[in-house]
Design a protein around this ligand. Structure first.
Ligand code: GDP
Length: 367
């Protein structure tokens, strides 16, 4: 309604229309009282996730990432109940050194795949996140368009623990996302070493982003990482960098010929593109589509997923044994003594290890 002072008789005086006063109670407040939030039941989480409820999905992922045993217990039950609804997706690993253009590219790839329908989750494994307290990888602001897309879910890297622990949590998050109907999963990692192996062990297609350099780009990249790649893409093929990118692609193609043929029967391809200008994005996605059809046809898709499930079973055993061993107070005290004896040359490393393991076995046997 117009303000009465704005009527004709109040000449020379106008009162501007005010804005609506915000509520005195922050409507989002209740979402932040995570400590006081009544704990939902496993069934409520699962039901919400399967219905595609993003708030419940996020909360369940937080439980997966939590180090509290009671959170872990609920998380494991939720994961188990989500398993029958999971698995129906394309899992793509994306790796590249910082500055290679991962965020720019994921934004572009993501928008492209979402144009074809479906839902996309972007997860990350960043082993350095423990140090930086909160990962830069997966940070929503880096993927400007994708982060506001209603069909996308972007989650930064879990931040606590060893690489194995971080990777396990990401793998469990994949299951939750799939149960929530996300049929495309991107797992991003920085191309600096070990974390590639972890990502490779949970995806169907491993995409390596490279840049054209001065011609010696092949020297900086580890053989093992190249061998993992199902596709290598040279980014920033735009402006006067196009020729250099093409040349780099030729170098990579030649280098790939020197490796033994991959188990999948697929010949890894090398493409050039520009994430920033959106050039060659369709071709990359077509390649991934073609790969998935190829490995589904020859049975390798399921074989690789089975191998990965097995691998993660052993990884979990290793992680739990290691934690249980090193977190045992008696062992921790004994470790210091044995370490000293080894340093002084009074005991061989092997004998020290055996004595510690024997003690551990006795201690756990008594429990
Ligand atoms: P990340 O560290 O791998 O995530 O890389 P970013 O996506 O943040 O990109 C690093 C820099 O490269 C940014 O300044 C981008 O604008 C730029 N960049 C990314 N993709 C392209 C591209 O296709 N062409 C050009 N010319 N620059 C790009």
């Amino acid at each position: 309604m117009e303000h009465p002072e704005n009527s004709e008789i109040y000449k020379g005086l106008t009162v501007n229309k005010g804005i609506e006063q915000p509520s005195t109670i922050n409507p989002y407040r209740r979402f932040h009282r995570s400590n006081k939030r009544p704990q939902l039941s496993v069934g409520e989480y699962v039901e919400g996730i399967v219905k595609g409820n993003i708030t419940l999905l996020s909360q369940a992922v937080t439980l997966v990432e939590s180090t509290l045993p009671e959170h872990q217990a609920i998380a494991q039950e939720v994961i188990e109940k989500c398993l029958p609804h999971a698995g129906n997706s394309m899992r793509i690993g994306i790796s590249g050194v910082p500055g290679a253009g991962k965020s720019t590219s994921i934004d572009a790839f993501g928008l492209h795949v979402l144009e074809q329908g479906g839902k996309l989750a972007v997860l990350a494994i960043d082993p350095s996140s423990e140090r930086s307290k909160g990962s830069i990888l997966g940070d929503k602001t880096r993927m400007e368009k994708l982060s506001v897309h209603p069909k996308s879910f972007i989650r930064p890297s879990p931040s606590a623990g060893s690489l194995g622990g971080v990777a396990r949590k990401t793998r469990e998050t994949i299951i939750l996302c799939e149960a929530a109907g996300f049929d495309k999963i991107f797992v991003e990692t920085v191309g600096v070493g070990q974390s590639e192996t972890a990502v490779h062990s949970m995806v169907d297609f491993f995409l390596l982003i490279q840049l054209a350099g001065t011609g010696d780009e092949l020297q900086g990249i580890k053989r093992g990482i190249m061998e993992m790649a199902d596709g290598i893409v040279i980014n920033k093929a735009d402006g006067n960098n196009i020729e250099k990118a093409k040349l780099a692609a030729t170098h990579f193609r030649n280098a790939l010929h020197l490796f033994p043929a991959p188990e999948s029967g697929w010949t890894p391809r090398v493409l050039t593109y520009s994430g920033f200008y959106g050039l060659g994005i369709k071709e990359i996605w077509d390649m991934i589509d073609e790969y998935i059809a190829f490995v589904k046809g020859n049975g390798y898709f399921q074989y690789r997923r089975n191998e990965q499930a097995k691998y993660w079973m052993y990884e979990s055993i290793n992680e739990q044994l290691r934690n249980s061993f090193y977190q045992n107070n008696r062992i921790a005290a004994m470790l210091k003594i044995k370490e000293q004896e080894v340093l002084e040359g009074n005991l061989t490393s092997f004998t020290a290890a055996n004595q510690l393991l024997d003690t551990y076995a006795t201690l756990t046997h008594k429990q």
